[in-house]
Write a protein that binds this ligand. Structure first.
Ligand code: SAM
Length: 331
């Protein structure tokens, strides 16, 4: 199943909640996501059964990888039960992106339920900087415990860091040093103009090129060939065999041409681009009794019309276009 630009559908990211226990300044700033913010009411969220059904239909249309995300997926009650339901879908690579705050408590249950891997977001090892960035005064040590617990439970771990200039620049080398030889793959994501509330400016972006140069100056690196079409991270390995890092250059070297990802918001809207404005409502047909076949036809029609390539068209003007928030659509 290809879209208008010949791109197949391979990955599905499912946001299971728009809520989060962090208020990361670049994602859910407190000024916007404060006390008065109206999060989705419970009845509007897809149930686990609905999510599992949609995922099964997507798998039937070529999806090989499902990522559970949010908001913070581990704040959704009983999310382990959802993992178990999704793990029943044959041949699926089932992963989760989390801020790690609740990971230590859930790691082995997630593994037992059938999660294949986990990605933990971690933007600094400096406790003061980390607490300021998550704006929930959450200590970095607890996230590191979560990472250790996941590894101990047998879950392969990736660590994702977003670098914002003049906020956590030092994290580049600190994280590289900390995760060398750990067996965990560290990846840096360029700070993006997702959503509308983070006041994004190009000057705040630390480019993948700069990150690789800074790490390479301390620990020499060499490039690694991509494993498959659509791999978002460009990979580098330490020449001394201490492991590898990845950089996701979504701003400076966009990869829309290879984008095989769809996203479903917590209330069941299908988005064919992270920078989408409007989603396609899947919840209504689901709740109106549509058959799997009807859902599959609907998906085919939506994907078949897809032309999104926002990051390749990004200009100073597009930054101000209305876009949905990452906490809603799922990171
Ligand atoms: N709460 C989970 C977490 O922290 O990983 C999952 C959702 S979060 C939206 C997913 C990822 O998106 C995190 O790694 C976060 O750092 C990243 N993210 C959020 N806003 C971003 C932005 N403006 N640019 C780049 N990455 C961003």
């Amino acid at each position: 199943m290809g879209d208008r630009l010949g791109r197949p559908l391979r990955d599905l990211r499912i946001s299971v909640t728009d809520r989060c226990n962090f208020r990361c300044v670049y994602c859910m700033p407190k000024e916007v996501f404060g006390r008065d913010y109206r999060f989705l009411p419970r009845g509007e969220l897809l149930t686990f059964e609905e999510i599992a059904r949609v995922a099964r239909v997507f798998a039937g249309q070529g999806v090989e990888k499902v990522r559970i995300t949010g908001g913070e997926p581990l704040v959704r009650r009983d999310v382990v039960r959802l993992v178990a339901q999704l793990a029943e879908i044959d041949g699926l690579d089932l992963t989760m992106t989390t801020n790690g705050a609740l990971l230590a408590a859930h790691a082995s249950a997630l593994r037992d339920a059938g999660l294949t891997r986990v990605t933990v977001s971690l933007d600094s090892l400096d406790d003061e900087v980390f607490r300021a960035m998550n704006d929930a005064d959450f200590p970095v040590a607890r996230v590191l415990e979560g990472i250790d617990a996941a590894a101990a439970a047998g879950l392969p771990v990736k660590v994702n860091a977003v670098i914002k200039r003049a906020v956590n620049d030092d994290a580049v080398l600190d994280l590289a040093r900390y995760f060398r030889r750990s067996g965990h793959v560290l990846r840096f994501i360029e700070y993006m103009d997702v959503g509308h509330s983070n006041g994004w400016r190009l000057d705040d972006v630390v480019s993948a090129e700069e990150i690789v140069a800074r790490i390479g100056a301390a620990f020499p690196l060499e490039p690694v060939e991509p494993r498959y079409r659509g791999e978002v991270a460009r990979r580098w390995r330490y020449r001394d065999g201490a492991g590898e890092i990845g950089v996701i250059a979504s701003v400076t070297q966009p990869f829309c041409g290879d984008c095989t990802r769809a996203r479903i918001s917590a209330d069941g809207k299908l988005f064919t681009c992270l920078f989408g404005v409007r989603g396609h409502d899947l919840r209504t047909p689901l709740r109106a009794g549509a058959t799997d076949d009807e859902l599959a036809r609907q998906l085919e029609a939506i994907w078949g019309r897809r032309t999104d390539r926002y990051s390749e068209l990004r200009t100073a003007e597009t930054v101000d276009l209305p876009k949905v928030e990452m906490s809603y659509i799922g990171g």
